[in-house]
Design a protein around this ligand. Structure first.
Ligand SMILES: [Fe+2]
Length: 189
């Protein structure tokens, strides 16, 4: 199995023939390229939403390290938007025709945390959790995109998407360290 294709597991978990006959191929069948482009657009929507959400999260964070982490990831996210634009340009596809509803939900959850009126350290813990949910979503998305780019022979796209995947993984690890340190500090006080 190609790494990253786990995200379509719910399709392959059932008898693939069911899926094939289900739609009876009434319309012309969409291809792997169509799926790749659809998810590329999803990623573009997700990242552009984050360029608006991260400044709010940085503003709400109390810990200076967490605030700096969000600000650093905002810079990275703007770079990720540029990478996606480069991929779109190279493949000749428009990126703005899809809305990532999952990211809308994840951003809304972050805003909900800010609106709860929590103690500052507790709010920081909530913000870290909200950010890690975002990173896990992005790691899954870019993991699939990288695998599909490789499968489709889009080597330049694969390289660019892999750079972003690594940034998302590193961001997630930094958030884990911040969360662990915060817990340790609370235990020590
Ligand atoms: Fe990102």
């Amino acid at each position: 199995m190609v790494p990253g294709l786990h995200c379509v597991g719910r399709v392959t978990a059932c008898d693939p023939r069911d899926l094939f006959f289900q739609e009876d191929r009434e319309m012309s069948a969409k291809t792997m390229q169509d799926l790749f482009v659809n998810q590329l657009q999803d990623a573009y929507s997700a990242e552009t939403q984050l360029t608006k959400a991260l400044p709010k999260m940085a503003k709400a964070a109390t810990s200076s390290d967490l605030k700096a982490g969000f600000e650093q990831h905002l810079t990275e996210t703007k770079g990720q938007v540029k990478r996606l634009e480069q991929v779109g340009k190279e493949l000749g596809v428009k990126l703005t025709s899809n809305t990532c509803e999952a990211m809308e939900g994840l951003v809304a959850e972050g805003e909900e945390i800010i609106g709860l009126g929590l103690e500052t350290e507790v709010q920081d813990a909530g913000l870290i959790a909200a950010a890690q949910k975002v990173e896990h979503y992005e790691i899954a998305l870019y993991g699939c995109l990288c695998s599909w780019a490789k499968q489709l022979g889009y080597s330049s796209a694969q390289t660019l998407l892999h750079q972003t995947l690594e940034e998302e993984k590193q961001t997630n690890e930094k958030l884990t360290h911040l969360a662990e340190r915060q817990v340790n500090l609370q235990v020590a006080t």
